[in-house]
Design a protein around this ligand. Structure first.
Ligand code: ADP
Ligand code: ZN
Ligand code: ZN
Length: 727
């Protein structure tokens, strides 16, 4: 007897199949079962999505291919998991099969039955019964810390309410401790419960993992904590995935991909640094792991805790406490916030174990000689730190030596031949490198256009900043009379595996006096002896075309400020008071004023007010359609054609929703050509999330249709980005 199934398999992007294909089997198979399915001449991994009553009316039963079998020994993926994938596929406008298969570890696709069985036996081994004090409450644990009142209150709320929660607390306020305790309580209460803890960057997982392992390995065994991120090898990823899927792993720590981990006992999801843009996937299905976490929590009745010192304006807005009768009128009135009050805000204002917040000092660069890189007062402050054996951190968001190489005679610039961008000069290996397509050449000895020997770098990256600072600090000595030591940390110095860890160790050990780097060094790392942090040129983001740039700058600077004076004991023992220096031409800018006051709520109120006035997110909802083509014209033509199709349509659904969205004209992307491909985009906006969603779903067939009609020959690909982070 035949059973019929719709099966999720990886199909080409935008195929109208939606990623579900019909198969048959002589076995009854439960939804969620992992199967091998024939596709063309290959056999691919698939997931049974649903049983269907028959092969479908448009299919001859004998044309339906039989499944090659189920993956033995793996329990089916849960209904919740499939619903999460269904939602993500629909919301982000991708095929179910694509999202489902991308969410599974790559090795599941590759391993034969025997190999898989071996892997399964390995994970099935008991996860080390070293747990001496199973069942002991957290208060009996050796690592027990007496919680602050704020922590106690936050935990009580998390335990007793349903959330989602926005845990708003400055760096060092003890958020991670709250996560640890919340996890402990959930896992203590239920022997099958699992917790998912997400961080934005792979670089931050080792630290967090160490902290969770130290806390929980003793209680639930070494196998209880697993990681899941793209820096792992495929066998490691499979092992973690299987451990989570089987329930053997109680805690999964990971980056955005972990939001799709199969966790049958999921009871708690933590999203640390929830504002971080890394939670948004930037290719394929461009999902926001933070937003999916909130959705997943509701779906599976798991608590969700979003944590940040500088929440995204979206989350801040959603956690706006509902105004009560006696409240004074707010200084900057906002429209009645759609979705406000959906999250419960938990505030932790104090800072534990750390000294006062860094004092923010603004240097008005209008009063410095032209071309000053380090103003004299900043330089003095750095020298003082060095002389006292303390550390300073200087950051600039641009790596390389100089962003452009330039010939003053003829005006030649180091443009990339394949992109509409300049190649960056890297002095260390004397190359010109394109940061968009990777095209790299040796630096020419003379101007390629006119032969002038005197070609010079324009502007400044971290490499040049480090060189310049080393010159300025020439002769400065440490307390023991030895010369000052600088270290640069950025994507260039950390390319090799283990390099970052090794460089951070140098900072921790005190080998380094001044750390120079990109925003990479501002995030998360727990440096104990840094008492000065300086942003040498942060102005660019104040006037960026990207409306989210100020939000990112504020959070970066707050985070960077948090790097200074993390150790109260160190400061109390006579170290300098922590300082954050900002060199700016706009010292009175409200962003810097709010920063000086460490006042995120003031920054957020103002920013939300501006967003409301301009009807920008979170007061409207956006999607971008991006097109890539041989020529800019072809890319824009395609976008304009699909826009026209949305306006003049005989599709009722599309016609119903089109009036509720605004379709802007096609424009070139900010870097319009990359690797010889021209890129254009079109913004779609609506005041209603539902309207935008319904419109996009109805519009997709038109996009596919116009593409397949072949009128747009130069078009290479198109994609929709829902809730884009950069425009
Ligand atoms: P955050 O995650 O908000 O930056 P952490 O949880 O890392 O803050 O806490 C900052 C520091 O304070 C850490 O060294 C942590 O061990 C310590 N800490 C946290 N909570 C307490 C507490 N209740 N008592 C003492 N120390 C604490
Ligand atoms: Zn020239
Ligand atoms: Zn290039």
């Amino acid at each position: 007897m035949n059973h019929w199934f719709s099966v999720a398999v990886q199909t080409p992007a935008h195929s109208s199949l939606g990623g579900l294909l019909t198969y048959r089997s002589d076995q009854p198979l439960a939804p969620g079962t992992l199967v091998r399915a024939p596709l063309g001449t290959r056999e691919v991994l698939g997931v049974i999505w649903a049983a269907t009553p028959g092969p479908g009316t448009d299919m001859a039963p004998e044309s339906v291919r039989p499944l090659a079998g189920a993956l033995e020994g793996l329990s089916p993926l849960s209904d919740g998991w499939r619903q999460l994938v269904d939602f993500a596929a629909a919301y982000y406008q991708r095929a179910i099969g694509e999202v489902a298969l991308a969410a599974l570890p790559p090795q599941l696709r590759e391993l034969g039955a025997a190999q898989l069985a071996r892997r399964l036996r390995r994970t099935a081994a008991p996860a080390g019964d070293t747990a001496a004090d199973v069942g002991a409450g957290p208060e009996n644990h050796p690592d027990f810390v007496a919680l602050t009142d704020e922590q106690t209150m936050a935990l009580a709320e998390i335990e007793s309410k349903s959330g989602p929660f926005l845990l708003y607390g400055s760096t060092g306020s003890g958020k991670t401790e709250v996560y640890l305790q919340a996890v402990a309580r959930v896992l203590d209460a239920d022997p099958c419960a699992q917790a998912l803890v997400m961080v934005p960057e792979i670089n931050l997982t080792p630290q967090l993992e160490a902290r969770f392992r130290a806390r929980f390995a003793g209680r639930w065994g070494d196998g209880a904590v697993v990681s899941l991120h793209s820096g792992m090898t495929n066998p490691q990823r499979l092992r973690s995935w299987l451990a989570a899927h089987s329930g053997a792993a109680r805690i999964v720590l990971g980056t955005r991909m972990a939001v799709f981990a199969s966790m049958p006992g999921l009871k708690l999801i933590v999203v640390d640094e929830e504002h971080d843009p890394s939670y948004k996937q930037q290719e394929g299905a461009r999902y926001s792991a933070r937003d999916l976490a909130v959705y997943r929590g509701r779906l599976e009745a798991a608590r969700v805790v979003l944590g940040s010192a500088t929440p995204s304006l979206e989350s801040w807005h959603r956690s706006q406490p509902p105004p009560s009768a006696g409240d004074p009128a707010p200084a900057l009135p906002l429209p009645p916030p759609a979705g406000a009050g959906r999250y419960q805000r938990l505030t932790m204002a104090g800072r534990i174990g750390a000294g006062a917040f860094a004092q923010v000092r603004r240097v008005d660069m209008n009063h410095q000689p032209a071309k000053t890189v380090f103003s004299p007062p900043l330089l003095d402050a750095i020298r003082t730190r060095i002389a006292r054996g303390e550390q300073a951190m200087v950051f600039l968001n641009r790596r390389g030596y100089a962003p452009v190489l330039h010939c003053a005679d003829c005006g030649w610039k180091s443009e990339c031949p394949h992109c509409s961008a300049f190649r960056v000069f890297h002095k260390i290996d004397r190359t010109l490198r394109c940061h968009h397509c990777g095209f790299t050449e040796r630096v020419p000895r003379a101007c390629p256009a006119c032969g002038n020997l005197d070609i010079a770098p324009l502007g400044r990256g971290t490499e040049r900043l480090e060189e310049h600072l080393a010159e300025l600090l020439e002769g400065t000595t440490r307390p023991d009379g030895s010369p000052v030591r600088l270290l640069r940390i950025d994507a260039d110095t950390t390319r090799l595996k283990g390099a970052l860890a090794q460089q951070l160790a140098q900072v921790h050990s005190g080998d380094v006096d001044v750390l120079v780097g990109t925003q990479m060094i501002a995030k998360g790392h727990d440096f104990r002896r840094i008492t000065l942090v300086a942003a040498v040129n942060p102005d660019g983001a104040l006037f960026s075309a990207d409306f989210r740039a100020p939000e990112r700058l504020f959070s970066l600077l707050m985070q960077a400020a948090g790097r200074a004076g993390r150790d109260a004991a160190y400061v109390a023992a006579g170290a300098s008071e922590p300082e954050m220096w900002i060199q700016t031409f706009h010292p009175a800018h409200p962003l810097f004023v709010a920063l000086k006051a460490h006042d995120y709520p003031a920054f957020a109120a103002r920013a939300l007010h501006e967003r409301a006035q301009a009807a920008m997110p979170p007061f409207s909802f956006q999607a971008l359609v991006r097109a890539e083509a041989r020529t800019q014209q072809a890319a824009q033509d395609f976008l304009n054609a699909v826009r026209d199709a949305a306006v003049a349509t005989d599709d009722c659904e599309l016609a119903a929703w089109a009036p509720r969205v605004t379709l802007y004209g096609a424009v070139p992307m900010s870097v319009q050509r990359v690797a010889n491909v021209e890129r254009a985009q079109m913004l779609v906006e609506s005041e209603s999330r539902t309207a935008l969603q319904r419109f996009l779903a109805a519009w997709q067939p038109a996009l596919r249709d116009i593409r397949s009609r072949g009128a747009h020959k130069g078009l290479i690909r198109w994609a929709i980005d829902v809730d884009p982070l950069t425009i």
